[in-house]
Design a protein around this ligand. Structure first.
Ligand code: CP3
Length: 343
C-alpha cells in the first residue's frame, strides 16, 4: 500500500503498522518557507485565496516529511467571509470579524458572494489533487458550526469561547438559526471540496469543550452529524474525521455516529480510555502534546513510542492533540516522523 492507501485503510478500520501520520497545522509559521510565501502573498486571506500559493504551502511539509496526508491550506473563517461578515487577520492579534453577529444583523449574511469568494479554494483542491498524484492523501476541512459561531458572535478569539453559550440561553432561536445556516453553508462548501478531489474531510470543533452535556449535543455533535450526512448524500464513500476538542467522555457519542470514520483526540484525552472506548467505534487520530515537539529529545520520543504502543493493533492515525505552535523547530518534526516510522 502507498501512503494514501494506508491513510484511507486506517480510516476504513484497518490496523496499520507503523501508523499513517500527518500533523494539524503542518503548514504554517514554524516553517521558514511558509513565512517566505506568506510574506509574498501579503495578507493571510490573500494567501488562502491564491490557489497557487495555497497549494505551494500545502506541499511544503510534504516535501520535508513525506506525511501520509496533505491538508488543504485554507482557514475555518473563510465561511463567514463567504457569507459576507467582514474577516481580517491582524498580525499578532489573531482574527477579527466585524460587526459581531447579533439577531439584529443576522439578515445581513447572504449567499450572494459565497460561490465567487470560495471558488479559489476549490481550484486549490483541484491543483493539489493533480500535483500530489496518487501517493499522498488529500484532506479537505471546515470548522464545525459551533466553533465558527464563536468567532462570528464574539468578533474574534475569546479567552473562553464557551461563555458565548449565554447567547443561546438569552435567545435560542438566534443561535439555532446561525447553526442551521452554518450547517447548510459548510455542507455546500465541503461537497465542492469533495467534487474537486478531496479524499477525506476533517471537521474541527476546536471550541466544543466547556459546554454542558445537552448543549454539546445540540450545538456541536448534531450539527456535525447533519453536515456529514449532507456531504455523504452527494459523496457516499467520503470518510469523515471529527475533532471535537475538549469534550472528554462525550467523544464516545461522536465516535459512535454512523458518519464518523475517524475521531480526533486532544492533548488532555487519556490514551488508554480512548483505545478502550473509542477504537471499537472509529479510527482514533492524534493525542501527542504539540508542546513536546517544541521540547524535542527523549520526552518527545518516549511519548511518541508510548502513543504508538497504546494503539498498536487498532486502527490509528498518528497526529497531535492540537496544531503545531509557531515555536516548533522543524528539525524536531523530522526526528518525530523517524521515530513513528521506525518499528
Ligand atoms: O496545516 C494546516 O493545518 C492547514 C491549514 C489550517 C489553518 N487553520 C491555517 C492557518 C487549518 C486546518 C486551520 C484551522 C483553524 N483555523 C482552526 C481549527 C483548528 C485549530 O487550530 O484550532 C481555527 C480555530 C482557526 C481560526 C484561526 N486561523 C485562528 C484563531 C488564527 C490565528 C492564530 C494565531 O495564532 O495567530 C488563524 C490563522 C491561521 N490559520 C494561520 C495558519 C497557518 C496563521 C496565520 C498567519 O500566517 O499569520
Amino acid at each position: 500500500m502507498n501512503r494514501r492507501e494506508k491513510f484511507l485503510a486506517a480510516l476504513g478500520g484497518e490496523a496499520i503498522s507503523p501508523p499513517p501520520l500527518w500533523f494539524m497545522r503542518q503548514a504554517g509559521r514554524y516553517l521558514p518557507e511558509y513565512r517566505a510565501t506568506r510574506a509574498e502573498a501579503g495578507s493571510f486571506l490573500d494567501l488562502c485565496y491564491d490557489s497557487e500559493k495555497a497549494a505551494e504551502v500545502t506541499y511544503q511539509p510534504i516535501r520535508r516529511y513525506d506525511t501520509d496526508a496533505a491538508i488543504l491550506f485554507a482557514d475555518i473563517l473563510l465561511i463567514p467571509d463567504g457569507l459576507g461578515q467582514g474577516v481580517s487577520f491582524v498580525q499578532g492579534e489573531g482574527p477579527k470579524l466585524f460587526p459581531p453577529l447579533r439577531a439584529e444583523n443576522f439578515d445581513d449574511l447572504s449567499y450572494e458572494k459565497f460561490d465567487e469568494t470560495l471558488s479559489p479554494i476549490y481550484e486549490t483542491v483541484r491543483q493539489l489533487r493533480a500535483g500530489l498524484g496518487n501517493a499522498t492523501a488529500l484532506i479537505g476541512f471546515a470548522g464545525a458550526p459551533w466553533t465558527v459561531a464563536t468567532y462570528m458572535i464574539g468578533g474574534g478569539t475569546q479567552r473562553d469561547p464557551s461563555v458565548l453559550r449565554r447567547y443561546y440561553y438569552d435567545d435560542p432561536s438566534f443561535v439555532d438559526r446561525l447553526i442551521s445556516l452554518l450547517v447548510e453553508a459548510t455542507a455546500k462548501y465541503l461537497i465542492k471540496q469533495a467534487d474537486a478531489g478531496a479524499d477525506a474531510i476533517q471537521l474541527f470543533d476546536t471550541w466544543a469543550g466547556g459546554l454542558p452535556e445537552d448543549l454539546t449535543r445540540r450545538l456541536s455533535l448534531e450539527p456535525m452529524a447533519r453536515i456529514a450526512e449532507m456531504v455523504r448524500s452527494a459523496h457516499p464513500e467520503i470518510p469523515f474525521i471529527l475533532f471535537p476538542k475538549g469534550v472528554g467522555p462525550l467523544a464516545k457519542e461522536y465516535a459512535g455516529l454512523g458518519i464518523c470514520d475517524g475521531i480526533g483526540i486532544d492533548t488532555g484525552m487519556p490514551w488508554d480510555w480512548a483505545r478502550d472506548n473509542l477504537s471499537p467505534l472509529a479510527c482514533v487520530q492524534g493525542g501527542l502534546d504539540p508542546l513536546l515537539v517544541v521540547a524535542g529529545g527523549a520526552p518527545m520520543h518516549d511519548a511518541a513510542r508510548r502513543l504508538k504502543e497504546t494503539f498498536h493493533g487498532t486502527p490509528y492515525i498518528f497526529n497531535l492533540g492540537h496544531g503545531f505552535v509557531p515555536e516548533t523547530p522543524p528539525a524536531h518534526v523530522a526526528e518525530l516522523v523517524d521515530t513513528v516510522r521506525s518499528s
